[in-house]
Design a protein around this ligand. Structure first.
Ligand code: DAH
Length: 342
């Protein structure tokens, strides 16, 4: 008896039979026919091993085991092929055993996150959120904000006019006027929103960007309140160790006016790329409400004072996350936007 030759013949017949199998049932039968412990063709051969010449036994035993492994492998391979072709034939067949597809989760735009954070901080200080139109009149955007007729911002080159006296607002300051007309002092509001300027687009300019305006009007409101408020804001936004610096500056709608810097929260004032080695970062413009604005809205200015401030949300976001190009905010590349999480 040549067991090796018989194993070879068995392999050949198995290969032929498996190629003809076209469903799971046939595969199960084939497995039984060859591997079943009691009746399997290969099991029968293996049972003969003890009877053959010991010199041949080791080789034959090894071959028999190899054949067993091969049969198992081929059975599995064929089972996958059959499943795949069944699925291809019925593409709408749902395999409930496959892991599900997780739906992508939404996340907030970094500018939205910053806007919400700014609003949250001021709401904690008792401010309410005010809204104003993005399309406004020349009167509200400039005139009522005390911006003189020859001011460069009024140039059609710098603003998007849609008619002689209507334009996309160039800042959120006109919301101060709208709010004062809508409300009576005391007033404590912030107004976040989009603003538009005809700037050439580059790493720090986009034709549309975001600002938050703040306005407080009441009796006895002083410059110290302005400073204290902005100090609190800076601490909550950038960390309790940042220092505030106010520099005298000019804005037509405030008197006196100040530009506000914070000590660089990245290098702690030592000098770095973000603060351009100065240790300070400018974050907003502010000042005491110019009496001309009270006049425009018909308030009796006796004993009435107020402070106002305006800041760029995009700029704050750039600073906070160390982003170098503001255009990234509007390209909507998910690889960038999704880094900011929920
Ligand atoms: N409107 C100014 C701008 O767009 C920012 C600003 C500065 C707003 C000073 C204010 C302020 O309320 O007091 O550049």
């Amino acid at each position: 008896m040549d067991l090796l030759a018989e194993l070879k013949a068995l392999e050949a017949s198995f290969r032929a039979e498996i190629a003809a199998c076209s469903d799971d049932h046939a595969l199960t039968e084939l497995r039984d026919r060859y591997l079943s412990r009691k009746r399997g063709l290969l099991s029968d051969k293996m049972r003969l091993l003890p009877q053959i010449d010991p010199a041949q036994r080791a080789v034959a035993g090894q071959r028999a085991n190899e054949l067993k492994r091969l049969i198992e492998e081929k059975l599995q391979e064929r089972a996958s092929e059959i499943t795949a072709s069944q699925r291809a034939a019925k593409p709408d067949l749902i395999d409930v055993t496959l892991p599900g597809i997780r739906p992508p989760r939404g996340f907030l735009h970094p500018i939205t996150k910053t806007r919400r954070e700014i609003c949250r901080i001021f709401m904690q200080m008792g401010y309410s959120i005010e809204d104003g139109p993005e399309l406004d009149t020349d009167y509200f955007n400039f005139e009522a904000a005390n911006i003189p007729p020859d001011h460069p911002a009024r140039d059609a080159q710098d603003s998007f006019y849609i008619s002689e006296d209507t334009l996309l607002r160039t800042h959120t300051t006109p919301v101060q006027i709208h709010s004062m007309l809508r409300r009576k002092p005391p007033i404590r509001i912030i107004a976040p929103g989009r603003v538009f300027r005809r700037d050439a687009t580059d790493a720090t300019h986009t034709p549309m960007f975001f600002q938050v305006e703040g306005l407080v009007v009441g009796r006895g409101i002083s410059f110290a309140h302005l400073r204290g408020t902005l100090q609190t804001f800076a601490h909550m936004m950038f960390g309790s160790d940042v220092k505030l610096r106010l520099r005298p500056s000019y804005f037509p709608f405030v008197e006196p006016g100040a530009e506000v810097d914070i000590s660089c929260f990245l290098c702690k004032g030592r000098g770095c790329r973000v603060c351009k080695d100065s240790g300070w970062i400018e974050i907003l413009g502010s000042g005491m409400v110019h009496p001309a604005l009270f006049d425009r809205v018909g308030y009796d200015p006796t004993g009435l004072t107020g402070f106002a401030f305006g800041m760029g949300i995009d700029r704050i976001t750039l600073l906070k996350y160390g982003i170098e190009d503001t255009r990234l905010f509007f390209e909507n590349d998910l690889r960038f936007i999704s880094q900011f999480g929920g």
